[in-house]
Design a protein around this ligand. Structure first.
Ligand code: NAD
Length: 350
């Protein structure tokens, strides 16, 4: 495990703000990876870590990912991320007091970092932060926010699936195509609706099998047990649950032509992207196809977009993927590598 000094020396980002939160016994790290395209944007994750250095490393890694994600999404934002490392996840008054203190910290950065929710934080926490600073996205509708980012994320994934079908089959028509949706939650459930409405045969899976059955029944599809996901034959596998599902162990088992879903950090290891490429399975890079929620909260809460402007921007996810697929083909590289090249070009060009 690297020390604070080693982590800071080897990081390619701009600024790290560290705060020892004496009241909770925790640490807060705000990492501003890049502000070249605009203020650093990215969620606040709250988690129990083994050591503070592990939390710092996580925040550094996640903030670098946000730079690429927001650059490819074409938003006027750089990448940032905050981690609140706590001895235990707090509730009630202690949680509220922590988020008020955290709100003061975000306020002190004067808008160079703008937060939203992430793992173990949500709308209610963003409302509390909003009592102390205007630099917060994803508050509740009552507190002036734009509502859940999951439905626009599903719309973005839908456009991404169509673009992927078009690249593989020469047509983006969903009629008769089989799409397996892994995870019938906030994103997977509305995604299943969009796909079924466009004529796809939808297969749903979830560790909560009842939830899978409910969504499958609603969209006229089928449900399969969660452990059969990799062996299920389909045109498109849409991971909308957990990350780390694409590895050198699972990719050889896949029986699909396309992997395109919302889950974050789908590649368990970089080699999985190469293996997908070698097997001729088209992979929609996760941070490109799942940007719909970020696009919606920034567009609606900061840029004053109308509904139709948002729709146009979500459809652009499909166009960006087409561009990435073309580049990958021309250069003979994986789509994951092509996405990283596009992101890095946009970051350098600014
Ligand atoms: P969610 O918690 O609402 O739903 C996830 C669903 O997946 C749940 O129904 C859960 O039971 C199921 N699940 C968990 N593990 C599973 C497994 N191993 N196999 C099958 N099902 C499993 O989450 P969500 O908001 O729909 O997000 C889904 C994924 O998309 C996550 O990886 C999330 O990080 C990512 N993502 C979400 C958004 C968003 O706006 N919500 C944006 C970008 C990325």
């Amino acid at each position: 495990m690297l020390t604070f000094e080693e982590l800071l020396e080897t990081w390619d980002g701009e600024t790290v703000v560290m705060h020892r939160d004496g009241e909770s016994g925790g640490w807060i790290f705000v990492c501003l990876h890049s502000t070249r395209l605009g203020p650093a944007g990215g969620g606040t994750r709250m988690q129990v870590y083994g050591t503070p250095a592990e939390a710092l490393e996580d925040a550094m890694r996640l903030s670098a990912g946000m730079s690429r994600k927001l650059a490819v999404a074409g938003l006027p934002f750089g990448g940032g991320k905050a981690v609140i490392a706590v001895p235990e996840i707090p509730g009630g008054d202690r949680r509220r007091a922590l988020f008020l203190r955290y709100g003061d910290l975000v306020a002190s950065l004067g808008g160079t970092y703008r937060t939203s929710s992430d793992m173990n934080t949500g709308e209610a926490d963003m409302d509390v932060i909003g009592e102390r600073t205007q630099y917060v996205f994803g508050r509740s509708v009552e507190a002036g926010g734009s509502g859940s980012p999951a439905p626009p994320t599903a719309v973005g994934v839908y456009h991404g699936i169509r673009a992927s079908l078009s690249h593989v089959f020469g047509s983006d028509d969903l009629e008769g195509r089989i799409v397996v949706v892994q995870g019938a939650g906030g994103v997977g459930s509305p995604l299943a609706d969009h796909l079924a409405n466009a004529g796809a045969s939808v297969v749903v899976t979830d560790i909560d099998l009842e939830r899978a059955h409910a969504v499958a029944a609603r969209v006229g599809g089928a449900a399969v047990p969660a452990d059969q996901i990799f062996e299920t034959e389909c045109d498109v596998y849409a991971p909308c649950a957990v990350g780390g599902i694409l590895s050198t162990e699972t990719v050889p088992r896949l029986r699909c032509r396309i992997v395109a879903g919302s889950a974050n950090n789908q590649l368990a290891e970089p080699e999985a992207a190469e293996l997908l490429h070698a097997r001729g399975i088209l992979y929609a890079p996760d941070y490109v196809i799942n940007a719909g929620g970020a696009i919606a909260i920034v567009g609606l809460e900061q840029l004053g977009w109308s509904k139709s402007e948002l729709d146009t921007s979500l459809a652009r996810i499909g166009e960006t993927l087409r561009q990435i697929y073309k580049q990958a083909d021309e250069r003979g590289i994986s789509t994951a590598a092509a996405a990283d090249i596009l992101a890095d070009e946009r970051l350098k060009a600014s």
